[in-house]
Design a binder for this molecule. Structure first.
Ligand code: 0X9
Ligand code: ZN
Length: 307
């Protein structure tokens, strides 16, 4: 049973995923996407009523950035709702498969619990032993390093020595592609959970002055509808905007998912901020946020089915 009155550690999250797969074998399958730089498992759950053969699928991940602690609980609550409350939430499971990876960057996440609460990157030492860490969300191979990234290992947005140099980015890439292949291209939505906003960002984000995505209106309409449901659940409004409007940043997982993995609707959800610098939302806010976001998930699910 996960807890929402404090932030769980990596081992507890792993245990929850394993226990869910054990308790709901007809619904949830544990999938290993590979290991992080320091050797931790990158674990996902496939949640499906049909053994992964539903008409459409959604991919959700969280924890690309280590310090954004509110993101993994949103993915975990979603998993809990889809399994423990499968009947009540049948609308989210009927004709729809879910691939959910709640902690993409376990090394960085553990480091934020033990050493530095505001660490962002992974813990890779391939480029520098003095300044470890590459920004996993600058390491994807789509318009790599075109804008908003750094060549200096000591920087927070260091893009790494080359595209997909980091095991976390590589494993996430390979796992998304594997899901997309098994689903015959029917993974239609990618939601990557970050903080802090609240914002819902849609592509593209890899440079200044980019052309609009061809499906911009539909991207916005889906995000607006999800936003309404989240607000109705008691949240302050999310700002729906183009991700380059926040700031241009290339090599992020959202643009790659849309541009390369063929996932039509890709969003970076910047969850509610709090605490002294925005990334430290007090633990007594977790439950409210995960419940509010789940109301948005209902909308993303319904719209994904129509794509
Ligand atoms: O900078 C990022 O990676 C994301 N913001 S965060 O504060 N969570 O670090 C925004 C990424 C938006 N997507 C693209 N620019 N492609
Ligand atoms: Zn982030």
């Amino acid at each position: 049973v996960p807890t929402y009155d404090r932030y769980m550690r990596y081992a507890e999250i792993q245990q929850f995923l394993q226990q869910t797969a054990d308790a709901y074998p007809h619904l949830a399958t544990l999938e290993q996407a590979g290991k992080s730089f320091e050797g931790r498992d990158m674990t996902a759950l496939r949640i499906s009523k049909n053994g992964g053969t539903s008409a459409r699928a959604i991919f959700v991940d969280a924890g690309i950035h280590a310090r954004e602690w509110i993101a993994p609980p949103v993915a975990i609550y979603l998993i809990q709702q889809l399994t423990q409350q499968a009947e009540a939430n049948d609308a989210l499971l009927d004709g729809l498969d879910w691939y959910i990876m709640p902690l993409v960057n376990p090394d960085g996440y553990e480091y934020t619990h033990t050493r530095d609460r505001f660490w962002r990157k992974n813990r890779s030492t391939q480029s520098s032993r003095w300044c470890p860490g590459t920004d996993v969300n600058r390491n994807f191979g789509y318009h790599y390093k075109q804008a908003g990234t750094s060549d200096y290992p000591c920087d927070e947005t260091y893009a790494g020595p080359k595209a997909f140099s980091e095991p976390e980015a590589r494993n996430l890439r390979d796992y998304i592609l594997k899901c997309q292949e098994r689903a015959n291209g029917n993974v239609k939505m990618y939601l990557t959970l970050h903080s802090y906003g609240p914002m819902i960002l849609y592509p593209w984000g890899y440079d200044f002055n980019l052309p609009d995505a061809p499906d911009k209106d539909e991207l916005i309409s889906i995000a607006n509808e999800a936003n309404k449901a989240i607000i109705r659940a008691g949240s302050e409004p999310f700002v729906v905007q183009n991700s380059a409007g926040l700031y241009p940043a290339a090599g992020a997982s959202d643009d790659w998912s849309k541009g390369v993995a063929n996932i039509a609707k890709a969003y970076t959800i910047e969850l509610q901020g709090g605490g002294s610098n925005g990334f430290d939302l007090p633990a007594n806010r977790i439950l409210g946020v995960v419940q509010q976001l789940f109301e948005g998930m209902r909308v993303f699910a319904a719209r994904a089915k129509q794509l």
